[in-house]
Structure formats: C-alpha cells, structure tokens
Write a protein of this length. Sequence first.
Length: 328
Amino acid sequence: MPAPAAVLTGLGSWLPTKVLDNHEIAARLDTSDEWIRTRTGIRERRVAGPGESTVDLAVAAGREALGGGSADAVVLATATPDQPCPASAPQVAARLGLGTAAAFDVNAVCSGFVYALATAAGFIAGGLAERVLVVGADTFTTLVDPNDRTTVPIFGDGAGAVLLRAGDADEPGAFGPFDLHSEGEHAELLWVEAGGARKRLSDTPADRFLAMQGTAVFRHACARMAESSRTVLERAGWMVGDVDRFVGHQANIRILQATAKQLGMPADAVVANIDRVGNTSAASIPLALADARADGTLAPGHRVLLSAFGAGLTWGSTVLRWPDLGQL
C-alpha cells in the first residue's frame, strides 16, 4: 500500500482591519505612491493593531480552514511568534479547541508555508496524523524599521491556513512532490541581527530591525524559485505548459513576473494579490490561494504550482490539482 498523501480539504484567511496605503507612507518618508507601485506592485498593506498578535491572526485563519472540523496536529509557519519561547502553535491549537493535538512552529520565513506543507505531508504519510492544520501567519511589520523607506512599503501582516487530510496521491487536492533547499551562507542578505542567542537585543535600532540587501535578494529569489519549480514539475511529470496557475511567494510583483518569464509561463498564469496585502511572509501563499479561489482565478481541475523564497536563505516548491472545495 502506498503511503497516504496530504489532500487539501479546507482553506482560510485573515487580515487585520487597519489598512496602510502608499500615500500614508509617502507623507512621512522620502518616497511616493508611484515609486512604491512601480518597484513592488504594492498599493496597500494591512497592519496588526495594538494588542493584535500573530497567534490572533493564526487562530482566525485556522478557524475558517477547519470549518467546524478538527485536526490531529497544527503546524504554524511564522518568523514572528508571539514570544521566543514557547512556540506559538500550541496556543493556536488550544484556542481552536483541538485538545492535545501535536503543535509546533516552523521558521523558514517567507518559505515557511511550503516547508510547513511538506512537514504536514510527512506527518500524514508516516501515519502520525489523519488531519493537519497548516497555518502561515506573520506580523512582519513588527520587524521593520518605521523610518526605513526601503522596507516599510514592502511588508504587511496577515494569516492564511489550509486543512489537510489523508488521501490518495492521484486525487484532486493532493500536494506533492516537494522540493526544499537552503543556503545559509547568505543569511545576512535578509535578516534581523539581534534578539537571539548569538546577539542579544540592544539599544541600537539597526540590530533589532530587518536588514535587506534588495538587489541580491531579487537575483537569488528569481533564480532559486525558477530552479525549484522546474525540479518539482519534472518530479510530478508535468510540463511547464501544463501549469494553469503559478502561485509564488508575494514578495514583489517583479519577482513573480521574472520567475514566470524564466519558466516560460504566460503572464495570465501568475496569481498575484500583493497589490492589496504586500509581502506577508509565511502568510503570503495561503492568502493568495484564498483570494484566487474567492474571485474564481482558481477553479477545480487547475494544475497549480506553488513556489517560495525567503530569508535563510530558504526556498521550495510543490504542486497540486485544485480540488472542489464546495461552499467553504
């Protein structure tokens, strides 16, 4: 008997109510709406309000994905947990009423959701769980220097979630194969230096906020996402022309477009909601899936390629045939 596959059976999303548009940013920083839109594709993003945490967002998205059902395990992809210790996933599980379900965090930053999907698929394949809730949630605006005009316009907060069940590898909604990689020697291209065991928090703002070498990150992201996508398509036995929708990490519209071009995909295959939510890190792909399902961009039977790139450096990809999720 082949090992069971992880099959998509529920989908949820949640965004903070506070909207921060480009004009508000331009009013206090040396930038403009046009500069932000032409370089990132972003018009606005959501920002968590006072007292609104990563766990709060994850619970809301997870509840929608569960749809009144249950899960044996919770995998939370986040780089912004509510506290360094303990992990945030057990709090999510408790607030969702999942009892003593296994629960833990995965931190692969913007690649976190794909890493978490692969982890959940392993739980299901190994018989450790029948149903796994995978949540991507980040309040990344808490890591951004409010006076940095290069990072403030990029990031937003949000959460997206999927519920996976054990099923057959050839049925609609089955994830896989997966392709995952890392390149730690380039960690300093995108990182927060202080706050961990290597360097404690200090009074130097630069230590506590995200530092990004944008040009180098752009180059690595396009190359690695295209490379990983080709690998996973080959493993799945798909040609590039078989892909109906490409859902990449929503970091920058130019990265999405450049990656699709490298793969030889038409522009209309690219799913993008970055204009409305910005870069939401681990929440990016599930939020894009939820929006695309809601507006009809994703339809049952579509062959979907997912690919992400993030700090670490980390990257990964997977595929699925979009299922009929009914009236979720």
